[in-house]
Design a protein. Structure first.
Length: 222
């Protein structure tokens, strides 16, 4: 299993390294200067927080009714002070409203608009490439308290209950790490997910649907 994960992350590292600036740029200089003190490390992380769905009828709901719990579990590796990759499960459920009864909880939300409450159970398995912007701008410092890493990734998102859905997910966000010790971080992950219009069981003629989450958790490096 470890060899398989290493192969996946190595392929991601090759892909993102192909986007590196030409030799002589600030990014390359930072990487070369810190290569002796930086050690590639594996990490595992877990986080939870609120998430909300941007579907066909979310505009007709209050914010409190739209919020639902989210869960993240990931394993990854930092290959250099600037580049890393992770494989993540994220999901649980999102709340929405439906006019067709898709994923209805059986509760009426707004009878005047023919809306029932909706709960969509789903999972999203995605691979992300992480870029440590703090190290690029300020240089690598193993004693720094906070690092900010924008990321982008692709995955498979699925709803297993009828009406079922399986599609491609685009994932992007900001991963913030607050270093408690050399091995333990508190993380704050702001993420957006984009997928197909049928995710919530209704086709509204939109270009797609999205999920926004803000999760807090722990990361352990080894």
């Amino acid at each position: 299993m470890k060899k398989l994960l290493l192969a996946v992350f190595s392929l991601l590292a090759i892909s993102v390294n192909a986007m590196n600036p030409v030799k002589g740029s600030d990014e390359v200089k930072a990487t070369q200067a810190d290569s002796e003190s930086f050690e590639p490390r594996w990490f595992v992380s877990v986080a939870a927080g609120p998430q909300l769905l941007f579907g066909d009828h979310e505009k007709q709901m209050s914010l409190g009714d739209k919020l639902s719990p989210a869960l993240d579990v990931a394993v990854g590796r930092w290959f250099s002070p600037l580049w890393g990759a992770r494989l993540m499960y994220s999901g649980l459920s999102v709340n929405g409203a439906t006019q067709t009864g898709a994923h209805s909880t059986g509760e009426v939300y707004d009878a005047s608009k023919w809306l029932d409450k909706q709960k969509v159970n789903f999972f999203n398995i995605h691979a992300d490439a992480l870029f440590n912007a703090t190290n690029l701008i300020l240089g690598y410092n193993q004693d720094r308290v906070w690092d900010c890493s924008p990321y982008v990734g692709i995955g498979v998102i699925a709803v297993t209950e009828k009406p079922s859905f399986t599609g491609v997910s685009g994932n992007f966000g900001l991963f913030n790490a607050f270093h408690v010790t050399s091995a333990l971080d508190i993380n704050l992950d702001l993420r957006g997910v984009i997928t197909g219009d049928d995710f919530d069981g209704e086709s509204g003629g939109r270009g797609g649907e999205g999920i926004l989450s803000l999760n807090v958790g722990l990361t352990y490096h080894f």
